[in-house]
Design a protein around this ligand. Sequence first.
Ligand SMILES: [Fe+2]
Ligand SMILES: [Fe+2]
Length: 209
Amino acid sequence: MLASIYIYNEYRGYTSLDRVLEAVRARCPDEAEFIAAVEKHRADERKHYLMFKRWFERQGRMPLKVDRTCGHIDRFIEGVFGCTIEELDTAAIIADGDQFEQLCRVIMLTEQRGMRQVDVLLENRHVKSDPVMSKIFRIVEKDEPDHWLPYFHWLTRQGRVTAKWRERWTDYWIHKSLMLAKLPAIFVNRANPRLDVWPDQDATVYAAG
Ligand SMILES: [Fe+2]
Ligand SMILES: [Fe+2]
């Protein structure tokens, strides 16, 4: 179950970052370093996705079908922007500095959350009992600081507050509700279907049904 949720979030991460990258290239065309950092972030999330995919392939099973209510970033975007990731208007974010900064903060907070979560998971006994899974999380742990620092540095350079209390609060509540309500519900629901195709082969698998 844990791996199913991770694979969803990694997939969501790298596909959404394509659009972030589009916004960053348009808004900060002269900041080659920032663009390169976001490119690396995208490449890392895809690498993480592929590691979890291989883990499932070794098990001979497909991930459970989870939906966007399990995605921290999905819920965060919905909380802050009032729409789904698909509905996010890339052109409007490019045109509006405040929205662009807000997006950077949401990514930063999500990734900081992710980093703390990985530290917790590395101590988890189920993770520890699976050497391949432990190795995956150690690689994720190593990559994670690069996923929020670029946005943090960029926001700091702009002299902008790095996070508003309301955004931190939203982040905290999403985390709590995922941990205490959403995840146990999936765990209990043994009938939860599995994916029949990989999302990188068919982008609609998580959306359909
Ligand atoms: Fe990741
Ligand atoms: Fe990440």
